[in-house]
Design a protein around this ligand. Structure first.
Ligand SMILES: [Zn+2]
Length: 340
């Protein structure tokens, strides 16, 4: 069996706080004399019911983790470790999502908060060989004007290389906020050439996906898995070339699906969708990038050809420069050509 950690791939769905190693969170909490909820230190993956209570539980834990990130050093450490962990998992390209708003108070505003993430992304890229680029993500729980401010900030640092902003996202509970209200922010991001990568079709179904597509014109959907419930909507997204950032461990942890076998990975792949597997929040789901590919192999029966195709999808859906894409795609071919 070929080693999935050696399969070159791109990692397109990973949140800044959620990328943290559990041991790092414990150290940051101790350093700042913060108490962590037991669920964050016990080592089991979160298992929440698929309802508002479950999401609230997830959000509460996430907020508790985020509250421990209180300095430039903390922020740099998170980026550096995310890059190192991705490197160990065969990722050649990481597009990490960050909402600088939460950390702004500790470093002098949202601009320095983003700038130091970008600076560390550049340093980490040089050190690890993983190109680390950044997706600036707004939150559905805040005012759409805040999203516009973030989009304008993101636009100033637009590019495709390490330490550049490559995309603009929208995260948090899909049931909150009006999708339409975030359209102006996405227009600003589109004008700057950023990839549009809102979450959608995770907690809500195909109707919500339609609304996200209509108003935000995504290049990639964060999750998007519930699109599979309506073959017409799925066909439409495939036709438009919208890629799916699928995070199986996250879906099961948050109760979107009761078990791994229910994640519609095969349905998406067989419909011709471009799929990029991602870990979302390994801190809470206790499952990193390679584990998502292992699930595709073990649970969904993907053979090495199909796994290589998933990896190619992740590379193609990334915002890496063509030369980087060619290098990673050649690496995938080489992985497949080597004896199993
Ligand atoms: Zn996410």
């Amino acid at each position: 069996m070929r080693d999935l950690a050696r399969l070159p791939k791109a990692h397109l769905h990973l949140h800044f706080t959620g990328s943290m190693r559990p041991a790092t969170l414990t150290e940051l909490a101790a350093g700042h004399r913060m108490r962590l909820p037991a669920a964050l230190t016990e080592g089991d993956p979160l298992q929440a019911p698929h309802d508002e209570r479950g999401w609230f539980r997830f959000q509460r834990l996430y907020d508790a983790a985020r509250a421990c990130v209180r300095s430039e050093a903390d922020m740099r450490r998170i980026v550096a470790e995310a890059a190192a962990d991705d490197a160990a998992e065969g990722s050649g390209r990481l597009e990490i999502q960050v909402d600088p708003t939460s950390y702004a108070p500790f470093v002098g505003g949202i601009t320095p908060a983003l700038e130091l993430v970008l600076d560390e992304a550049r340093t980490a890229s040089a050190r690890t060989g993983v190109e680390v680029a950044v997706v600036v993500a707004a939150s559905r729980t805040r005012h759409p004007l805040d999203a516009r401010t973030l989009a304008r900030l993101a636009a100033r640092y637009a590019g495709d290389g390490p330490g550049d902003v490559v995309g603009f996202g929208l995260s948090n509970d899909e049931r909150r906020g009006d999708t339409e209200d975030f359209a102006p922010a996405f227009r600003i991001a589109a004008g700057a050439g950023l990839a549009l990568v809102p979450h959608g079709g995770e907690l809500l179904g195909p109707d919500h996906v339609r609304s996200v597509v209509e108003h935000l014109h995504p290049d990639r959907l964060g999750h998007g898995v519930r699109t599979a419930e309506d073959p017409r909507v799925l066909a439409e997204l495939v036709e438009r070339g919208v890629a799916f950032e699928v995070c199986p461990a996250s879906n099961v942890s948050l109760g979107v699906y009761a078990e791994h076998g229910h994640v519609p990975l095969r349905t998406l792949a067989e419909a011709g969708a471009t799929v990029a597997l991602g870990a979302d929040d390994p801190l809470l789901f206790r499952s990193r990038l390679v584990a998502q590919y292992e699930t595709a192999r073990r649970v969904h029966g993907f053979d090495d050809d199909a796994l290589a195709e998933l990896a190619r999808g992740s590379v193609r859906a990334s915002r890496a420069a063509d030369a980087t894409k060619q290098r990673l795609l050649a690496g995938i071919d080489a992985w497949l050509a080597a004896p199993a």
